[in-house]
Design a binder for this molecule. Structure first.
Ligand code: FAD
Ligand code: NAD
Length: 489
């Protein structure tokens, strides 16, 4: 890595919370020469979430989709400070962030404050565990947090991978009852959004391509069921692709239970309410060995706390309300991006990354504006002090030129999202893609094996660093050649 400029007390301090899609996209494009940048996140790496479902079965190893934050910040022009910690409170009046080191290893100090001039909140969202009705909305669906696995972080994927193998080995334990074998080998996924669909698809692939061969005793019992409250899965895709996905799942023997809402979870079963064709509701209990909960996003505590400090946020429910420049409503010098903000766009990596790029342009242009304004002030002071006409004419010309360049750097248009399309893996080497070409002028809906090849190449070219690209490609080749590893750990 190159020599870096040291922090400069004359520069403004820009604090960035989070190391996800939004914050890392900002960091990568930000000219750190202009600011003292401090990054705070409990995760000292960037996680490429689109390939996280592939880690649950070992198609891809988890380190292949992690990019160390230290690699990113060490390549910036000016040194960037990183603190591995969670922001626990953003104090708007005092302009400080309270941070806590919740990691396993603690020093003498594990709680402190970081002051900021500018703050970018990119802390993402947490897993939703609540239901649509008032009581479930307030207190969450009973038993989910205690019994279900989630799929948001690397640790979640590792836990799922271990639990799948644990269920299989326990099901084949000596003298296990038939009923218990069926329960242990029933893998239930709740939520028919892209996370639930991609995970169910990866799991069924794992069974068909590897488990069936290495653990033949389970071949007739292993079953994946996807439960969705709405009448269909993947609501953000076009009708033809929804039908294609549901048909592909049927062919792959993944059972899809739509119009089925989970109401309660215990350690061995879920209680659901299914809506019949005639509109009547039936209650049912479904046994499971593994339960993966993928019902979308909820607001993080630190964001909720910030919202309660700001009267302008009182009508916002899904996250921080922001203006067209991503400034948090009711604040000055605080921006929000990605899943923790509430905008008209879906909470996706695509949106968060474009917002991060936009904020980098905004901060780079703000720094240039401030520099030109500073120069203009000093030229104006010289003009006022000068008694020489020739010098005055020169200074006036210079002031005019600077003024023109100032209006250019100041002209930054508001954030505008450009939707490139949606892609999802649906198993058996197939993917679905709703794509926008030429800025949305042409759109196409495709599904199948060619779409899958496109899906793979799109992700490989997107995985941030060359190192990660090579790791992901190697994992795919390894899986093709030797199959997935069926060890439990
Ligand atoms: P995140 O990427 O979640 O990052 C949040 C960051 O904040 C993390 O580094 C976290 O550690 C940190 N943090 C958390 N709490 C604190 C705190 N208190 N203080 C400081 N830092 C904190 N979107 C797509 O467009 N395409 C896809 O194919 C796709 N696939 C997905 C697959 C899965 C399995 C999942 C879960 C999501 C997927 N998404 C996809 C959605 C996408 O990952 C999110 O929309 C995106 O990650 C949002 O970016 P973000 O920066 O807002 O938050
Ligand atoms: P989601 O919000 O897209 O879907 C959650 C689903 O769970 C909904 O369809 C909802 O009806 C269902 N649900 C909620 N409560 C339920 C209950 N009690 N019982 C049964 N079903 C219930 O969530 P997600 O799939 O985690 O996605 C989150 C965000 O990340 C979305 O914006 C998504 O577009 C994005 N994402 C994109 C991709 C991709 O593009 N390939 C992959 C993963 C995630």
């Amino acid at each position: 890595p190159p020599e870096q400029l040291p922090l400069d007390p004359a520069k403004k301090t820009l604090v960035i919370l989070g190391s996800g899609w939004g914050s890392v996209s900002l960091l990568k494009k930000l000219d750190t020469e202009d600011y003292n940048v401090v990054v705070i996140s409990p995760r000292n790496f960037f996680l490429f979430t689109p390939l996280l479902p592939s880690c649950t079965t070992g198609t891809i190893e988890h380190r292949s989709i992690m990019e160390p934050l230290r690699h990113i910040i060490r390549h910036k022009k000016r040194a960037v400070k990183y603190y591995e910690a969670e922001a626990t409170k953003i104090d708007v009046d005092r302009r400080v962030v309270k941070i806590n080191d919740f990691s396993d290893v603690k020093g003498n100090v594990s709680e402190t404050e970081v002051p900021f001039d500018y703050l970018v909140v990119g802390v993402g969202a947490e897993n939703a565990t609540f239901g649509k009705f008032l009581m479930l909305c307030l207190f969450g669906i009973p038993g989910v947090k205690e019994n279900a696995c989630f799929l948001k972080e690397i640790g979640d994927a590792q836990q799922i991978r271990k639990k799948v193998m644990d269920c299989i080995e326990t099901a084949t334990f000596k003298d296990q009852t038939e009923e218990e074998k069926d329960r242990l080998l029933h893998m239930v996924v709740v939520g028919g959004g892209p996370t639930g669909i991609e995970f169910a698809a990866e799991l069924q692939d794992f069974f068909e391509e590897d488990l069936r061969k290495w653990v033949p005793d389970i071949a007739d019992r292993f079953k994946v069921t996807l439960v969705e409250a709405l009448p269909n899965v993947l609501p953000m895709f076009s009708k033809s692709l929804i039908d294609y996905t549901e048909k592909t799942f049927k062919d792959e023997n993944i059972s899809v239970r739509t119009k089925t809402m989970v109401k309660k979870v215990t350690d061995k079963n879920i209680e659901v309410e299914a809506t019949q064709a005639d509109g009547s509701k039936v209650k049912e209990s479904i046994n499971y060995g593994l339960l993966v909960w993928a019902t979308g996003n909820a607001v993080r505590g630190v964001v909720r706390d910030l919202m309660t400090q700001l009267p302008a946020q009182k009508n916002s429910r899904r996250g921080l309300a922001v203006n067209d420049y991503l400034v948090v409503d009711g604040t000055d010098g605080i921006w929000a991006l990605g899943d923790c903000s509430a905008t008209k766009y879906a909470p996706t990596a695509q949106v968060a990354a474009q917002q991060g790029n936009f904020l980098a342009r905004l901060f780079n242009s703000m720094a240039k504006t401030q520099a030109v304004e500073e120069e203009l002030r000093s030229l104006d002071a010289r003009l006022q002090a000068s008694a020489d006409d020739a010098e005055k004419a020169l200074l006036n010309a210079e002031i005019n030129a600077k003024g023109r360049s100032l209006s250019k750097v100041k002209q930054l248009s508001p954030f505008q999202y450009s939707h490139q399309g949606s892609l999802a893996y649906i198993g058996a080497d197939r993917a679905v893609a709703d794509l926008n070409w030429f800025g949305g002028a042409i759109s196409s809906a495709t599904g199948g094996e060619l779409t899958y090849l496109f899906w793979r190449s799109a992700y490989v070219s997107m995985v941030f660093s060359l190192r990660n690209r090579i790791l992901v490609l190697t994992d795919w080749l390894k899986t093709k050649a030797f199959g997935r590893d069926v060890s439990r750990e």
